[in-house]
Every structure is written in structure tokens, then in C-alpha cells.
Design a protein around this ligand. Structure first.
Ligand code: G6P
Length: 612
């Protein structure tokens, strides 16, 4: 949520800032801006995308080797030129970019106004930059670093900030509490970003800031301290990413690229975790903690958005196979509802970014109450990954499309491995059954390739439904969350209203919506719910709904019964969610493209939500 980049070194800063913003645009795209320090502070910013900023800057001065930039997802103040970052302090001593929310900005603003400060924007960020300047001007003893420290000590809320000062022109100051920041170490240069994506191709060596770290950076020096001016410990990590991962290549959109990457990302996720002979699962990250997991009385899965849907799939799998009671909670609800937790509980956070604020805070709360906390994250080194007792990374690679696809299937892969391993360790499934499902999981990538090969047919079907204004998605068992996820994909990128429902619940309300205009997508492979879901299909058919079924290849009965079919290969029930979601992702993608929607950057959404 909001992207920050910064640079200090010997090279011209503008190209890095613009390229960095483009790579971070998935974090927010309401407005963009940059500030360069070259004796004065040059600030250029405008409403819209990074491409708009590039046009806006065309004939403007951009000389300088120190700078900061920002792409915004609006919280305080509508998206417009004035509210765009960077914000300048009133007397133009400081420029600042900010990710997060200053919760006490209103009272700070009143105090600053009493001291003569005037404000141009409606943002909390402008209050912070003026507060820094206010302290800076109190005495000659107070340099930029001290002023930043003093200002941040007054702030309630979350921030990741990068600041430049007119008088201290060779230096960049960054600080974080709650919003991620990473520093890239180059040769005679440093890079700053809200995640490592902009650093790819520039450096592999990074430092992930911890909460309450403040770094003062010049081209040859980095000083890292805590907010209260104590030396801070840090570790240099390696980012092992290639440029190819952040480019679309032959694909029209990142989302499409990521959908097509799934056979590989699922393989990457189970590679090294399934033995060569497909008889054992090894989850290295959980090795030490596993004895504790076997004894867990309850597992609570938390997440938001698509990750919450992966958690729901996890509930079915863990309860079915490992026979441990599971609860699934929206992190945003869990954190505020005073949940009852004990040392026998295991709380597992599922998060692609590892930075979602609600999930992170919920996890901290669970830890304080004595539960064991685990993470299933995609971004290596992310806050959730670092704060959990143990965890498993999904190796989906960088996901750029705002609508999550490959991260979801990687999460479901990990949760499937986890459920099976736990089930076998607890003696809840036989060795033969364990081996059978592992084998089925290893066959998933090939089966997904088959579904993807039929993408043109899915596109044709999408063309028939592109003008609908509502859609209903139905599923049962572990395929109910797949129906929810299918509906979410459609909503997110095509702005069609779509609702996911447990098929058996349809008769208690949504059936009232069914008429000859309503597309009803039913996830109905041949599993032990088949007869039941066929009855639900009949109920829709009797009311003239248009039925699109996700059906097992060769199911001629369903083919006769429904309007359109997305075929998926036959599979074990435990791994069916990984197949059933693929046609639904493609269906949403094609509908959104046909409706002229911006697939990779849908309106109002952001990839990583680091505010409550
Ligand atoms: C945002 C994204 C969703 C994502 C959710 C949770 O809303 O747009 O795609 O599922 O956050 O993100 P996380 O990084 O925690 O999985």
C-alpha cells in the first residue's frame, strides 16, 4: 500500500526513481511524485499513474543524485495533485514520502497551526513533514536526523518514511514503524524501497528495517539506530530475484502471466518438500516446532482477501485429514474481538505479502496471549515471516497483478502439504492414503497445463457472459472457498457484482436472484458432493439461470444439463481446489479485458494493504 523509493549515490537519481515507481505501482496508483535534492528541493507530482508523472516531468528539471519518490493509495484526502506525495514542509526545508497512517495527525495539525503553519493538502503526511521542520527550526543544534527523531516520537500510528533536507543535501533519512522498508546496498550508493522489487538489477544485498529503526544514509555511509537513538542491529540478506520475474514478457498482463506460471510455481512450492519417491513431506521451516504442532488442541488460520480463502481451503483439509479443530478468521475481525487463546493453540497467518497490517497485528496479539504463531508467506524477509515462531514460504515468486492468482495456489499447496504431514504424523491417515495424495499433488502441475492449454475455449465462454451485471458462484466442501475466490476475482478486476455461496445455502436466499439473466458458476467435479451439487444445478436450471459448470473431463451428464462447461482433469478431492480455480481465474481475466478494465491495476485496490 503506497510505494516508496529513494536513492543516494553518484548517479542521476531520476531514472531509478521512475523505474522504481513503475515496479511498485501495484502497491497504489492514485497519484505519483518525486523530490530531488540538489541544493534546493525539486518536487514534481500529479494525480494518476507513474506514466502521467513521467509526462508531467518531461520538460522539468530533474538533476540531482539524491531523491525520493512515491506512488499513492489514498487514505487521507482524495487522489489529486495536492494530496500526492512528496509533501514539502511550509518553509521548504524538507520533502517527505510516507506509507502508513498518522493517527494523531489532527491534534498535531492544530498545534502546528498555532505555531503559524499553513497546509496545502488534506493529508496526515503534510502534518508530519511540518512537524519535522518545526523541530528543525527550534535551534541550530537540531539537525535533520534529530528533527526526524523528535517528530516521530510524537507520532501515533504506522509509518514507513523517506525524507530529504534542503540543507543536508547529500543525505537521505528513512524510518519505519509498521510499514515495510528495505535498504539496498550498492557500490558507493544506497537504494531504498518499500519492498525489494525496485532493487532487482541494482543490488542483491539488502537490509530489511525493523520497527522503530531510523537510518541516515549518504552515498558512502549508512547509520542505523533505533528511534530512541540507540545503535540498531541489522543483518544483510540476499535477494535472489531476476528481472524476468518483474516483466510481463510475451503476456498482455501480469495477471495472465501469473495464471500461466502456476504449473511452475506449484512445482517450486512443493520441490524439496516432497521426497523423490513421493512418499514423504518435509517442511524444513516447521521441523523444530512440529512436536508442538502435533499436540495442538486447535489451529486458527487468519488472513485477508484471497489469503483468507486459502485459509478456508485449509480448514477443510486439516479437519478432514489431521482431525484437529480449525477456525478461520478474518484478521481484521480477529484482532478486535478479544479472542480466547491459550498455549495449546496454533495461529497460522496466511499472507502473500507478509505485510498486511491486520494480519500482522492479529498475529502479534495471538503471540502476546501465548499461542504459537506460524506464517505462510510469499515474500521472503517480510514482517510476518520475521515475527512468527516458524513458517513455510510459498515459492510463488513475485506476484505483481493486484488480483492474486499464483500466490493463492501456492498457499493452497503449502496448506495441503501441512495438512497431510500433520495427518500422517498424528496417525490419522494410513501410509497408503498419505502416499496416494502426495502422488496426486505431484500430478497437479501437469493437469493445470492441460487446463491452460484450453484457454481459448474459456475466452469464448467469457465472451458470452461479459455483459452480465451479477454472477453467483457455488461450491461445496473445499470447493466452496474456490467459489468465493472465483467470485472475488470477477469483482476485483471486472467490477461485476459476484457472490460466492455454499451451494447448499443457495435455497436460503440467493436463489431469489436467479433468472434468465444470471450466470451461475457451479464448481461441480465428480467428488462425493457430486449428487448434491447436481441437485443444486437442477434448482438453478428450473429457474432459468445460465449455468457454467466446472466439471470433470468427460462428464457428459453435466454437459447436457448446463449451458457451458469448464473441464478439469480428474483428481483426488484433496487437491481439486488447485485445479478448479484455474478456469475461474481465466474466466474473470477475459471478462475484465473484454470490458476494457485495467486488469493489473483495478480501481481502488492495492496489492499490499499496510493500513487497517
Ligand atoms: C489485498 C490484495 C488481495 C490480497 C489481500 C491480502 O486486498 O488486493 O489480493 O489477497 O490484500 O494480502 P496478503 O498479502 O496478506 O495475502
Amino acid at each position: 500500500m503506497c510505494g516508496i523509493v529513494g536513492y543516494v549515490g553518484e548517479n542521476k537519481v531520476y531514472p531509478f526513481l521512475i523505474q522504481g515507481l513503475k515496479r511498485l505501482e501495484y502497491r497504489g496508483y492514485d497519484s505519483a511524485g518525486l523530490a530531488i535534492s540538489n541544493g534546493s528541493l525539486l518536487v514534481h507530482k500529479c494525480k494518476g499513474r507513474v506514466a502521467d508523472l513521467e509526462r508531467h516531468v518531461l520538460s522539468k528539471e530533474t538533476e540531482g543524485t539524491v531523491g525520493i519518490a512515491h506512488t499513492r493509495w489514498a487514505t487521507h484526502g482524495e487522489p489529486n495533485d495536492r494530496n500526492a506525495h512528496p509533501h514539502l514542509s511550509m518553509n521548504r526545508h524538507f520533502a517527505l514520502v510516507h506509507n502508513g497512517i498518522i493517527e494523531n495527525y489532527a491534534e498535531l495539525k492544530i498545534d502546528l497551526a498555532k505555531n503559524g503553519y499553513l497546509f496545502q493538502s488534506e493529508t496526515d503526511t503534510e502534518v508530519l513533514v511540518n512537524l519535522i521542520e518545526f523541530f528543525y527550526q527550534q535551534s541550530d543544534e537540531i539537525n535533520a536526523e534529530i528533527a526526524v527523531r523528535l517528530a516521530l516520537s510524537k507520532v501515533v500510528g504506522a509509518f514507513g518514511i523517506a525524507v530529504i533536507c534542503r540543507e543536508e543535501k547529500d543525505q537521505l533519512i528513512v524510518a519505519r514503524r509498521g510499514s515495510p522498508l528495505v535498504i539496498g546496498i550498492g557500490q558507493g550508493e544506497y537504494f531504498v524501497a518499500s519492498d525489494a522489487t525496485p532493487l532487482i538489477g541494482y543490488t542483491d544485498n539488502v537490509i530489511y528495517l525493523n520497527d522503530n529503526d531510523v537510518a541516515v544514509i549518504t552515498k558512502n555511509n549508512l547509520t542505523l539506530k533505533t528511534l530512541d537513538d540507540k545503535p540498531a542491529s541489522f543483518k544483510i540478506s540476499r535477494v535472489d530475484r531476476s528481472i524476468g520475474e518483474i516483466e510481463k514478457g510475451e503476456f498482455a498482463h501480469f495477471m495472465l502471466k501469473e495464471i500461466f506460471e502456476q504449473p511452475k510455481t506449484i512445482e517450486d512450492t512443493f520441490r524439496g518438500r516432497i521426497s523423490h519417491d513421493h512418499t514423504a513431506i518435509v517442511l524444513g521451516g516447521l521441523l523444530d516446532i512440529f512436536p508442538k504442532l502435533i499436540k495442538a488442541k486447535r489451529i486458527i488460520l487468519i488472513g485477508c482477501g484471497t489469503s483468507w480463502h486459502a485459509a478456508l481451503v485449509g480448514e477443510y483439509l486439516i479437519e478432514t485429514y489431521a482431525r484437529v479443530p480449525v477456525e478461520v478468521e478474518y484478521a481484521s475481525e480477529f484482532r478486535y474481538r478479544n479472542p480466547i487463546l491459550s498455549a495449546d493453540d496454533v495461529v497460522i497467518a496466511i499472507s502473500q505479502s507478509g505485510e498486511t497490517s491486520d494480519t500482522l497485528v492479529a498475529l502479534r496479539m495471538a503471540k502476546e496471549r501465548g499461542a504459537t504463531i506460524l506464517g505462510i508467506c510469499n515474500v521472503v524477509g517480510s514482517s510476518i515471516a520475521r515475527e512468527t515462531d516458524a513458517g513455510v514460504y510459498t515459492h510463488a515468486g513475485i506476484e505483481i497483478g493486484v488480483a492474486s492468482t499464483k500466490a493463492f495456489t501456492a498457499q493452497v499447496t503449502v496448506i495441503t502439504l501441512f495438512a497431510l504431514k500433520l495427518a500422517f504424523a498424528k496417525g490419522e491417515i494410513t501410509e497408503a492414503h498419505y502416499h496416494e495424495i502426495i502422488q496426486e499433488l505431484t500430478e497437479i502441475p501437469e493437469k493445470i497445463r492441460t487446463i491452460l492449454a484450453g484457454h481459448l475455449r474459456i475466452e469464448e465462454i467469457a465472451a458470452k457472459y461479459k455483459d452480465a451485471s451479477n454472477a453467483l458462484y457455488l461450491g461445496r466442501g473445499a470447493l466452496f472457498p474456490v467459489a468465493l475466490e472465483g467470485a472475488l476475482k470477477l469483482k476485483e478486476i471486472s467490477y461485476l457484482h459476484a457472490e460466492g455461496y455454499a451451494a447448499g445455502e443457495m435455497k436460503h436466499g440467493p436463489i431469489a436472484l436467479v433468472d434468465d439473466n444470471l450466470p451461475v458458476v457451479v464448481v461441480a467435479p465428480k467428488d462425493h458432493y457430486y449428487e448434491k451439487i447436481v441437485s443444486n444445478i437442477q434448482e438453478v436450471k428450473a429457474r432459468k439461470g445460465n449455468i457454467i459448470a466446472v466439471a470433470t473431463e468427460g462428464d457428459t451428464v453435466l454437459k447436457e444439463m448446463v449451458n457451458d462447461v469448464f473441464e478439469i482433469p480428474e483428481s483426488h478431492t484433496a487437491v481439486a481446489p488447485l485445479l478448479a480455480i484455474i478456469p475461474l481465474q481465466l474466466f474473470s481475466y477475459y471478462i475484465a479485458v473484454m470490458r476494457g478494465c485495467d486488469v493489473d491495476q483495478p480501481r481502488n485496490l492495492a496489492k499490499s494493504v499496510t493500513v487497517e
